[in-house]
Design a protein around this ligand. Sequence first.
Ligand code: NAD
Length: 255
Amino acid sequence: MLPRIALITGASRGIGAAIARRLANDGFDVALNDLSGQIPALESLQKEISSAGRRTYIHTADVSSASKVEDMVDGTVKTLGGIDVMVANAGILGRISPVTECTEDDWDKIMAVNARGVFLCYKYAAKAMIAQGRGGRIIAASSVVGKQAAGLRSAYSASKFVVRGLTQSAAQELAQYGITVNAYAPGPIDTLMMDPVGLDQAAKEAYLNTEIKKTVIGRLGKPEEIASIVSYLASRESAFTTGQTISVNGGQFFD
Ligand code: NAD
């Protein structure tokens, strides 16, 4: 049987770490990416997954750099023997602020990671998967605000719309190679991203409560509740699902 290898970006914590654990549990060998500052957390996750019997590979890289993403995909192929699943999960929220106070620098930073980073992961994973000739699964993080934008998060919302457009376009091009392309659109999930920078404690609590109130379930989601959807999208049985951005949002938005 062929090896099954998944590469997950932003894997040191939160949703990315939950996806890495879940895919390892599903039988994948996993390549773990994050920024170099996250090495201790990556190593601890690597230890956990390796002791459960799966092969692992750590490759730190900033996903907004083309040469680094290319090296990361190459390193995964050379070390683990291929790439069957790319999960372009890394993302940043940026400052919560009105569009009138969103600086060009804020805009560029968010777009560099959330839009350009996902594009680069799609591009280099697709090239490697086409060369391998055994199909594949390409998956990325959009958001509930990539379907219905939120105020005070203009650049972030726009970047998550980009992921949906890219996913729909790449799905059409890559179907001929047996590669499906899908995204997940989480609502508020209990990770460090729900602790936005630049807000005082009272404002953070108000932000959290507003997000929870928008759900019909009435709580934050768990990272594992996103990982289970990714597990399905990464599986062979999802072969007829492509170009979709799947909402997992506690009923915050219906589509
Ligand atoms: P998180 O902040 O806990 O984790 C994000 C990870 O990405 C971190 O480990 C971070 O170091 C890494 N990262 C950031 N910039 C990077 C870069 N340039 N290169 C490589 N790695 C980088 O966030 P999370 O909640 O786990 O979010 C994961 C994904 O899900 C993100 O794309 C996020 O936008 C999306 N999402 C999260 C929520 C939520 O409520 N938590 C909701 C919707 C969408």
